[in-house]
Design a protein. Structure first.
Lengths: 461, 352
């Protein structure tokens, strides 16, 4: 092989290597380097789309570049091609392969003066050999009747609205940016107009346009749209349990329960260490708790059904106290179903109040007559039932309630039972404490009294 | 020209090597059921206890008001309310005997089929309106274990829940164990006797001896004592008096055996339990309890004493009741000299 040929091959390889080294992979848009011998090269150039979906309509293209040459401009052209960004190459712009613009797109220009008119129409007097066949309005012509003086190193932005993306996905396409000192769309001299196919005149060379100032190419791409579907199913967590923790202290000292329905126990006994009530003083029990959590968008309602403590054979607890620990007069229930009442030793009373534990008060709202309704604080009730020597009175001045009529409702929705709390904030968690109270009179019949309370949580999704 | 072609070749090579990836992947998070979801849906149980027969009350709003509604399917699952996932029937759950007892809003339905964990209701297809509808099913047996359970509601244009559904909605509801409260009320009797008792309970009692002083044939001697009774005996109580009349050795002042007024100069001993004017002594029973003196001991100004008599009683449980016993003693002019005394015993019997 002749040495000059070897040298030429080596020189070409070196150039190729150097060019390759400066090659940078970016996420974004960029353009290749150009031979600047014919015109200046715009720098910092990019075209950003607000949608990369194939065939997307009403897309906004944001073009920005920095001029290389000081000049008075009358035209700025952005030509979209599907083959390459090389500005003096033939431009392939078949329908669907390149973006299409409205005939008179809405364009905002900054950095290049004012008075620009936007159009994507084919040149009125195209150069010889420039055919409009198949043209799909893929070239933006910005023209100005008054030449706008633009210095070198000026940042220019062009925002184009209403663009329709190419209709193939994951496909690259290109934009060629040009600036001119004269009108290259409606110039009376055909040879002075820019042909969208990149073929300017029979020479097929863009350099035939002597009025070109700067130029540069940009690459873009459509991309597949990624769809992510997440399923969130309806959920509700609700439980009742017994835990030896004081009122409003469960959040910090829970034993046997992690605050997430892991507690156990489903019964309490009112009375002294033998479970015996007294007419001399009330007995209270504060060991009943409940947890609730749901994603029901309209929250949840918590109610209960059941009767006051009784020894059976009752027809209407409240109107007859023979076998029922309840007294309309002393309790304010029965005939006055919605009112709460304070403890009265020596009068037959059974009821409860409830409170949300600290940290969950925004998520659990006690309802009358179980919320103490401004009379005392249910959270101050202390444990006097069970073993040990209780300190009376234990009721903490709180008021208690038992809506007998509502609690007996198991046939008429909605809602079944007597509502005692609401859960208004979906997605959160709440724990509630319940304090039961029992008082008897001298005439309360002897016997083992019991009641089964059914607690119901209903979420609305 | 040759140099220019080479440059063009290089530039094109670079362009092909460049990966002008402008991937802007948009994450499109969406709910796959948006726009085809039954709204404001809930299910309410009248008893959410394990294994119990319960009523299920459904409430929701139809949103598809353009297609005929011919049937609705309710599918009960233990695992998830999601339509795409397999449904595991809840253990112990049984809707075979379900009865559609009430319906409001979009009505005209009857049960097409009811299996262990599925109910289909059907009607003549018609376009529903965007109003809240409710459906109540009785005789459904709850699952036999506590926990969260789910329901899938699907609507159809067909009358047998076949074909694609129009709308869908999931529900969650809890099943929990029963909660009991218990206590013991023991048999209860309060009974006390004293010369005087403050208030109406046994908190303040005073004295256990009555001194009549010197008897006179010209005027009556009288005194009083009190007793209080309270009990929760459902059959009430009775108070019996026992003892002997006033005596001094072999000499005694005769007891009045039938209700008689006080007669000075005639040897008498008796009592009653009411207010009197002759002499001015005693008072009627007081207190919130029930109970009253026996008839022979309830006559104003008439006195009697028969050992073993029931002197007061109540038929039912009674709150505190205070009785005042008024005693009279008269002697004739030939009553032998001596110190006359007796001990009265009051016995209360509660009848449980």
């Amino acid at each position: 092989m002749p040495s000059n040929k070897k040298g030429r091959i080596w020189r070409n390889f070196s150039r190729l290597s150097r060019l390759t080294i400066v090659f940078i992979f970016l996420i974004g848009t960029f353009g290749p380097s150009l031979d600047v011998s014919a015109f200046g090269e715009v720098t910092s150039r990019s075209i950003e789309m607000n949608s990369s979906a194939k065939g997307a309509t009403n897309v906004t293209y944001y073009a920005s570049f920095t001029t290389a040459t000081t000049a008075s401009l009358e035209s700025i052209v952005i030509n979209f091609c599907s083959n390459d960004p090389i500005i003096d190459d033939t431009c392939s712009n078949a329908s669907g392969a390149v973006p299409t613009l409205p005939a008179s797109p809405t364009v905002t220009v900054t950095g290049a003066g004012t008075g620009w008119t936007a159009s994507s129409a084919f040149p009125t007097t195209p150069p010889t050999g420039c055919s409009s066949t198949g043209y799909v309005n893929s070239t933006l012509y910005l023209t100005n009747t008054t030449a706008q003086a633009v210095n070198a190193s000026t940042a220019i932005t062009i925002t184009i609205s209403g663009v329709t993306n190419p209709n193939t996905t994951n496909t690259s396409f290109y934009g060629r940016i040009f600036t001119f000192t004269n009108n290259v769309q409606t110039n009376a001299t055909a040879a002075d107009n820019y042909c969208p196919s990149g073929n300017n005149g029979t020479s097929g060379n863009l350099s035939a346009l002597a009025t070109q100032v700067d130029g540069g190419g940009v690459a873009m791409s459509t991309a597949a749209q990624i769809t992510i579907t997440a399923k969130v199913q309806e959920e509700i967590l609700f439980c009742m349990y017994v835990s030896n923790v004081a009122m409003n202290a469960k959040a910090s000292t829970a034993t046997g329960d992690g605050g997430n329905c892991s507690g156990t126990g489903s019964s309490v006994t009112l009375g002294n260490q033998y479970g015996v009530l007294s007419s001399a003083n009330a007995y209270t029990d504060v060991n009943t708790h409940y947890d609730i959590q749901t994603n029901a968008s309209h929250g949840a309602v918590i109610a209960f059904t059941g009767a006051p403590l009784n020894i059976g054979n009752i027809t209407t607890c409240g109107t007859s106290t023979a076998n029922c620990i309840e007294s309309s007069t002393a309790s304010g229930t029965g005939a006055v179903a919605t009112s709460s009442y304070g403890s009265t030793a020596g009068s037959p009373q059974f009821g409860f109040c409830t409170v949300a534990v600290a940290g969950t008060t925004a998520n659990l709202i006690p309802q009358a007559p179980y919320d103490s309704s401004g009379n005392g604080n249910c959270g101050n009730v202390t444990q006097t039932s069970g073993t040990g020597t209780p300190t009376f009175p234990g009721d903490g001045g709180a008021y208690f309630g038992f809506n007998i009529a509502a609690a007996a409702n198991t046939s008429t929705a909605h809602y079944y039972g007597s509502e005692f709390a609401t859960f208004p904030n979906p997605g959160n968690f709440a724990t509630g404490d319940i304090a039961f109270i029992g008082n008897i009179s001298n005439t309360t019949p002897a016997g083992i009294y019991q009641t089964t309370l059914t607690f119901i949580a209903t979420g609305t999704y | 020209m040759h140099r220019l072609s080479y440059k063009v070749f290089i530039l094109r090579f670079i362009a092909f090597l460049l990966l002008s990836i402008a991937i802007i992947s948009t994450l499109n998070i969406r709910n796959s059921f948006a726009g085809v979801e039954l709204l404001n849906r809930s299910v309410e149980l009248n008893t959410p206890l394990t294994g119990q027969v319960s009523t299920y009350f459904f409430s929701y709003t139809y949103t598809n008001t353009s297609a005929d509604l011919g049937s609705v399917k309710f599918l009960f699952c233990a695992n998830t309310p999601l339509e795409e996932d397999p449904c595991v029937a809840p253990s112990g759950f049984d809707a075979t005997n379900a009865v559609l007892s009430k319906q409001t809003g979009e009505t005209g339905f009857n049960i097409y089929s009811a299996s262990a964990n599925q109910i289909i209701i059907t009607r003549n297809p018609s376009v529903p309106t965007n109003t809240n509808s409710t459906y109540q099913f009785d005789q459904i047996t709850n699952p036999n274990a506590p926990g969260s359970y789910y329901i899938r509601i699907s609507t159809y244009s067909s009358t047998d829940a076949s074909g694609p559904n129009l709308e869908f909605g999931g529900l969650a509801y809890p099943i929990i164990p029963a909660f009991t409260v218990s206590t013991y009320v023991p048999p209860y009797l309060t009974f006390c006797v004293a010369v005087t008792i403050g208030g109406i309970n046994c908190g303040s009692t005073n004295g256990d001896q009555i001194n009549f002083g010197n008897f006179s044939s010209r005027s009556v001697s009288f005194g009083q004592s009190q007793f209080v009774v309270a009990t929760n005996a459902k059959n009430g109580y009775s108070v019996t008096i026992d003892g002997t009349t006033l005596d001094s050795g072999n000499n005694e002042i005769p007891a009045i055996t039938t209700p008689t007024t006080s007669i000075p100069g005639v040897s008498q001993f008796g009592l009653n339990l009411v207010a009197n004017t002759n002499p001015k002594a005693g008072q009627d029973p007081t207190g919130p309890g029930i109970g009253s003196p026996s008839p022979n001991y309830a006559l104003t100004n008439e006195y009697i004493f028969n050992p073993g008599d029931i002197i007061a009683s109540a038929q039912y449980a009674s709150d505190y009741r205070k009785y005042t016993a008024s005693y009279i003693v008269n002697v004739n002019s030939s009553q032998p000299v001596g110190v006359y005394a007796t001990t009265m015993s009051f016995i209360c019997l509660a009848n449980f």
